[in-house]
Design a protein around this ligand. Structure first.
Ligand code: 4NP
Length: 158
């Protein structure tokens, strides 16, 4: 069992989309029993809210329903997860600063490390002040990255 949490700033745009897409890929692969999947935000502003309607619409167009509500990432969450996937460097830095030990800090990875088209840009841009085209771009990055992330997490040498 791999316990994985996707982390962004507000937990309403990028990380719920990433968790929903990753969960969908896990289901398609028949690997539900192998994963526990959540998302969280470093900020507290949107705790308890559903994902942003634009993220939900983008996912829904691919048959993916985002139903979880926003939660803030807490220091105690480091124990609950094996892998923490940050959507950008800012949130990865914030997670590393919060990590109680080097062992917990080493759980932090960037989503776009797994994007075959990242080309050196490892941030998923915050689409909050954008429109649907920004959300579509985020979706494409998230889907490409999630495919390779799933391969990495299920690699035979693990
Ligand atoms: P997210 O986007 O980190 O992808 O969920 C944001 C949503 C809300 C805010 C910032 C980023 N905000 O400042 O309220």
């Amino acid at each position: 069992m791999t316990r994985i949490c996707f982390v962004c700033l507000g937990n309403i745009c990028r990380s719920p989309l990433a968790a929903g897409v990753f969960k969908h890929l896990v289901q398609l692969a028949g690997l539900e029993a192998e994963f526990h999947i959540e998302s969280a935000g470093m900020g507290e502003w949107h705790v308890g809210e559903l994902a942003d309607p634009r993220s939900r619409r983008t996912a829904q167009a691919r048959g993916i329903r985002l139903t979880d509500t926003a939660q803030q990432f807490k220091r105690s969450d480091f124990e609950r997860f094996d892998v923490l996937i940050a959507v950008d460097e800012d949130n990865a830095d914030a997670l590393r600063r919060l990590a109680p030990t080097p062992r917990e800090r080493a759980k932090v990875r960037l989503l776009r490390e797994f994007d075959p088209e990242a080309d050196g840009d490892l941030d998923v841009p915050d689409p909050y002040y954008g429109g649907m085209p920004e959300f579509e771009r985020v979706y494409e990055m998230v889907e490409r990255s999630s495919r390779d992330l799933l391969h990495w997490l299920t690699r035979p040498t693990k």
